[in-house]
Ligand binder design. Sequence first.
Ligand code: PFF
Length: 454
Amino acid sequence: MNEPNNKGRDHFSSRFAVIAAVAGSAIGLGNIWRFPYVAGENGGGAFLIIYLLFVLAIGIPVMTSEFIIGRAGQKNPYGSFRKLAPGKPWYLIGLMGVAAAFMILAFYTTVSGWTLEYFYQTLTGSLAGKSDSELTMMFDDFLMGSFRPVIWFIVFMGFTAFIILSGVKKGIERYTKMLMPVLFLLLIALCIRSVTLDGAGEGLSFLFSPDFSKITPKVILEALGQAFFSLSIGMGTLITYGSYISKSEDLGFSALSVGIADTLVAVIAGVAIFPAVFALGGSPASGTGLVFIVLPGVFQKMPFGEIFQLLFFLLLSVAALTSTISVLEVIVAYLVEELSMTRKKATIAATLMVSVLGIVTVLSMGSLRSFLIFGKNIFGLLEFLTSNVMLPLGGLFIVIFIGWFFSPQLTKAELTNEGRLKAGYFPVYMFIVRFVAPLAIAMVFLYSLGIIRF
Ligand code: PFF
């Protein structure tokens, strides 16, 4: 183990810094780009209820568990497991997390690049006055053209690498503290605009009135995958951030606050998007293109729509950036601590490696579109494998580790800061990580694979 690297370990400097960084990771394209279309495709309100249940019963406990592992281990996910369970294969979960980080960055930064393109297009006014079919064609042409999406991908990776290069305090903390409040303000402004449109009610009732006939095994797996993806859990991102949380912070409180903030933002994004889509005649289930095709069409029809559109794509880029940095940090922390690289070398190496996979992913939406594996292009495959398979699987092992392997005394010591906090929820938390969360995750898996039936 590389103890020397541990000595100068950077830590977040305040409670606000912890929450800004972790919420920065959790709140992102998952909330604003993915949640609305996944909810739209999976029955709206009914999806929302299952989603909320998963966040509460599984998501927040998994997040807390990751914080415990990271803060007790003081290392990247691989190193933390090695330290807490020497000689046991638990470190494989950490390695799966590093692999998932590569895969997520590849498709996530692809979409982040699209947000820059749309920000730019809004600035130059080229989306103005376009009909819905023209907007669809523009989006398709943009993806097929391949060159621009690749450039935007590289630009976005560059921003991400720049922040990570500056370190935990001067990079991650500084930027998330600045950007997260901006994001909240922008989102609230959009939300107010959307619900005050004539005919917004239909969108609200789509989002909030549940139709339970829409619930299928696929919908349940999607809700679980979305909860994991949206909360950034199951792959060690929050083990890594947990290792930067100082010993005086309250882990349970931090997880609860971020869980609530993340869910609120997803719901607010839904409230900002669905009423506008319904009021101005779009379809709620428009897949990955929802915010890139339907929304510009919607913005056209609003007074001052251009300004709101500009704000929206700015918001999306900012939200994405505070998430991509958290994913890149997983790989960089691993390279620095396990392969003794300097931060600079590690950041450059990680960025280059991600970019290779990323460029292939960008092209899989364009010129390599017809190259399919299991009926999905590379982009779709990475998205499915990470959110619906690797993250829930990682989460399953993380709760089993804390529930059944790690010492309950040490868990309690982490949650109470060595007895200084009360953490009255401890028995409930233990019950969840031992029984509720593992059973629920395992059942969703088996159910969605058709192995068990009710
Ligand atoms: N939680 C982020 C979002 O909702 O956009 C995406 C994400 C970030 C997933 C970090 C996983 C991760 F480790």
